[in-house]
Design a protein around this ligand. Structure first.
Ligand SMILES: [Mg+2]
Length: 190
């Protein structure tokens, strides 16, 4: 059963999916960063869900804040190694990610203006893939900063949560679902 409503002008193959990474595709580590492939674990069904939505979106982009790099707990090479292995597993399962963008900065020293909710990563993706239209993009994430990012860029926002978005932030959220699997299952009728 469809869990989310679709944007009114949704057309298969015309839209871009922007997605957060941690807590959407893989388990969060409370109070820590995912610093190595050994610490990265896909959420159940996430890879299969990516394969399911593969033909539905023109572009599938990940935008992830990773300030653990600037804090010195991990390196950019560590992160890129995780992403390379993550992509290999996703592709083995029949899924794809067109681009992964990360922001390593601290919120108080984000000179590139890339840390969500700033939209630097969305603009970077659009430079690499000029066909991306933010008005035909969904932003999926489990933090309010993801929803602000989507709103700031003019996207349709889908919040991952168990009980609906907090009332104070309801204006940032167009729709919500319980996770990436539920999100993908919403496309069952397409
Ligand atoms: Mg997250």
């Amino acid at each position: 059963m469809a869990e989310i409503q679709f944007p009114r002008d949704w057309v298969q193959g015309e839209w871009t999916l922007f997605s957060d990474r941690d807590g959407v595709l893989n388990y969060l580590i409370t109070g820590d960063y995912i610093k190595s492939w050994e610490e990265f674990h896909f959420l159940p069904g996430a890879k299969e869900a990516l394969a399911k939505i593969n033909p539905l979106f023109k572009r599938i982009i990940i935008a992830t804040n990773q300030r653990g790099i600037k804090r010195g707990v991990m390196t950019a090479e560590d992160l890129e190694d995780i992403h390379q292995k993550m992509l290999e597993e996703i592709e083995e399962e029949g899924g794809r990610i067109d681009g992964i963008y990360y922001c390593a900065n601290h919120p108080e020293n984000d000179l590139e203006n890339c840390r969500k909710p700033a939209i630097g990563m969305a603009l970077q993706a659009q430079r690499d893939f000029p066909e991306i239209d933010f008005s035909k993009s969904i932003m999926l994430g489990d933090n309010i900063s993801d929803m602000e990012f989507g709103r700031n860029a003019g996207m349709y926002t889908v919040f991952i949560c168990q009980d609906g978005p907090p009332a104070a932030h309801a204006h940032l959220v167009d729709d919500h679902c319980q996770g990436f699997v539920a999100f993908a299952e919403s496309f069952g009728s397409f």
